[in-house]
Design a protein around this ligand. Sequence first.
Ligand code: MN
Length: 304
Amino acid sequence: MSSGTAFPTFETPAPPMTEDDALPVGADLAIALMDAATKANINDSCRRGYLIELPALGEVMVTGDLHGHTANLRRITQLANLQRYRDRYLVLQELVHELDSITEVCRSYRLIEMAARLKTTFPHQVHILLGNHEFSELLNLEIGKRGRELNSAFRDGVEVAYGFRSDDVIQAYHRFWRSCPLAIHTENRLLVSHSTPRLEKAEAFSLDYFRRVTPDEIFRREGPVFSLLWGRDYRPEAADAFAARLDADVLIVGHTACKEGLHVPNARHVILDCKDLDGRYALLPLTIPLTQADVLTRIHKLYG
Ligand SMILES: [Mn+2]
């Protein structure tokens, strides 16, 4: 479709947003952007199946759940300075769903598109992990907070932006999410994933599981990946079991809301959160062994 003349004017999508973090794109550009990011995911040079394997070179900046927070992604982009530091990797996660969009429409699609633009600009440096909120969009699992279904708030936001083209744009988001990696393993024995499974589910996992798992196995309701993305088992024995299966010493995750952007529930997990202005991130060398204590000395506030 090269112009809007084929359609009645009453179906014309809403005009572009005027805020400075709004992307002035129409549906066709949004779809092209998302498909370019999907292609970048698939062609990622660090990727084996659904696992990203980072070499012992440079450093990795790990961030926590963003939930539509475009200002925080701008801040992260500025801090990461990927253009200057070409052997620095950036990990993003849980982009979709503004958790406080109870009465208003959710506009987290803007954050998804910002992240997609970063992925296409720095395809081998930026890694966007699949989170349970994206998973819930893909499988149409209702995910509610305080009485407002986040899925329908998300759809409302996309409809405000893209009108009658919403379904096409949402399908492009889905193609992107289906191509996102599930975990990142580093040579210095860090494992970064959105969350970790319950102890009883840990034995399903290994680095080879992530390298070989198929989309049919991933995108179903009761599979191991479901337990990976939703799990909140922070008992030391659960952390030890999962870390041992994944050849990791430290587990860096998002998923759980933290008051000051950080929570350390046991001797392996480091939980990061970037949903608000108290957000924190980790900037970690990939060239030296790191204990959990080493990781904790390398955690910084997004602001100040
Ligand atoms: Mn989550």
